[in-house]
Design a binder for this molecule. Structure first.
Ligand SMILES: N[C@@H](CCC(=O)N[C@@H](CS)C(=O)NCC(=O)O)C(=O)O
Length: 208
């Protein structure tokens, strides 16, 4: 049984969707808002020193964090219909490239912008820094938009990238911005949320 430390609508949704996709048994361990609750941070830090979700206690008792690592591990071990092309598959390099782009380029803009005090000592500089990270995030999404294929990000095969697009486009700058500036990503996100295997996860994490 996987135990997924989760906060509704946050990055844990990336892994919740994958566990559901693979039909792996899991239980959610709810985590309060980590920016508001010192207790939630302290409790989670005992499991993962970064005190971030997703954090997963694996069936063997070990702890995994970092959504890209978890995604790669699940694709390699979870069995049928892996959400990443296997080593040797010509589609793998681009899948890894864009997975890492989403996780190491776009995702950190939230770590910077959500609580700038962690990175910017000068109080007066924090709001401009937050604005700059939000603008950078939009630039990065605009780089992904022309790459996006149909019906899925890399073409005919549904991959973990599509789950990332569906979850992360729920976050700032949010769907109306994406609908206007990134219509292909928006279509991928909507199609992903409608997949019968994933619909309940998205409904739970992003209620209307
Ligand atoms: N590199 C991590 C980033 C995880 C992350 O930033 N999670 C956010 C929620 S979406 C979080 O827990 N933020 C709390 C914090 O940074 O203190 C991953 O890919 O799993």
């Amino acid at each position: 049984m996987h135990i997924l430390y989760a906060h509704t609508g946050w990055g844990s949704a990336l892994i919740e969707a994958q566990l559901a996709w693979y039909g792996l048994p899991f239980r959610l361990e709810p985590v309060d808002d980590l920016f508001r609750s010192a207790e939630a941070r302290e409790t989670l830090a005992r499991v993962n020193p970064m005190a971030q979700v997703p954090t997963v206690r694996m069936p063997d008792g070990s702890v995994m964090a970092e959504s890209a690592a978890i995604s790669i591990h699940l694709a390699e071990t979870a069995g049928a219909e892996p959400l990443l092309p296997a080593a040797g598959d010509p589609a793998r390099p681009q899948a890894l490239r864009w997975l890492l782009f989403l996780v190491t380029t776009i995702y950190p803009t939230f770590a910077f912008g959500d609580d700038p005090s962690r990175y910017v000592a000068l109080e007066a500089a924090r709001q401009p820094f937050r604005t700059a990270t939000a603008e950078a995030r939009k630039r990065y999404w605009r780089m992904a938009e022309p790459v996006a294929d149909q019906p899925w990000f890399l073409g005919r095969r549904f991959l973990v990238l599509d789950i990332y697009v569906a979850v992360m486009t729920r976050w700032h700058p949010k769907r109306p911005w994406f609908a206007e500036h990134c219509p292909k990503l928006t279509a991928i996100a909507q199609a992903t949320e409608a997949l019968p295997r994933l619909a309940a996860v998205f409904k739970r994490n992003f209620p209307a």
